[in-house]
Write a protein that binds this ligand. Structure first.
Ligand SMILES: C[S@@+](CC[C@H](N)C(=O)[O-])C[C@H]1O[C@@H](n2cnc3c(N)ncnc32)[C@H](O)[C@@H]1O
Length: 197
């Protein structure tokens, strides 16, 4: 996947599509791009058993699972992994939580790891894509349900602004910090938001 784009950077905390505030629309924002990428990953898995890219690294899954355990999330909680990619996170979640639901609604928890980042690049109108994302999220998540988003393209402040109509910050999950030129910051942001009724 990384070799597909000049915008992708690798780090010890996993890979990340390098968006900036003025990031340009790109094929990375299309479903077709990812469908192709994941069918190649599936073939590689069948050929050599490689599970494929773990987006943002293993710690991105561990910090969400840590939060779920800290909240005593019941084993039968309905969890939606939005844009699950190669499904590695679902396999991890399955060890503790799995509630198969026939319908895409009434989820207790929705998780997003890199999907909103990608959708924000949609070349056919990213503002519309973001609005569609928001309305699908609201339709899928129960009132008072939690939405955990991991992003490398949006800061905490930007995410709070984007999701403020209808969501409030519950917790910011710790992510690795960097220092550059006397400025420190996070390369990845992970937030737990709660849907207001
Ligand atoms: C960076 S991958 C992240 C995959 C997974 N969440 C993970 O952590 O490995 C981005 C995901 O967004 C989905 N996606 C990107 N653009 C999309 C679009 N326009 N419509 C629907 N899904 C899209 C892709 O199918 C893919 O699963």
């Amino acid at each position: 996947m990384a070799s597909e784009s000049s915008h992708v950077q690798e780090s010890s905390s996993g890979s990340c599509t390098d968006f900036r505030e003025d990031f340009a629309p790109s094929k990375l924002g299309t479903k077709e791009y990812w469908d192709n990428a994941y069918s190649r990953e599936l073939q590689t898995y069948r050929d050599i058993g490689d599970v494929g890219e773990i987006w943002f690294g293993e710690e991105s899954m561990n910090r969400v699972i840590w939060w779920l355990e800290k909240q005593n999330t019941p084993e039968n909680a309905a969890i939606l992994d939005i844009g699950t990619g190669n499904g590695v996170f679902l396999v991890e979640l399955e060890q503790d939580f799995l509630n198969l639901s026939p319908e895409l609604k009434e989820f207790d928890l929705c998780i997003d790891k890199g999907t909103f980042d990608a959708i924000s690049l949609n070349p056919e109108g990213r503002e519309m894509a973001k609005l569609q994302y928001m309305s699908s999220l609201r339709a899928a998540l129960k009132p008072q349900g939690h939405f955990i988003i991991t992003s490398c393209n949006w800061t905490k402040e930007q995410l709070l602004q984007i999701f403020s109509p209808g969501f409030e910050l519950q917790q910011e999950l710790p992510t690795p910090r960097f220092q550059f030129g006397g400025v420190s910051g996070n390369s990845v942001t992970a937030l737990v938001l709660k849907r207001l009724s």
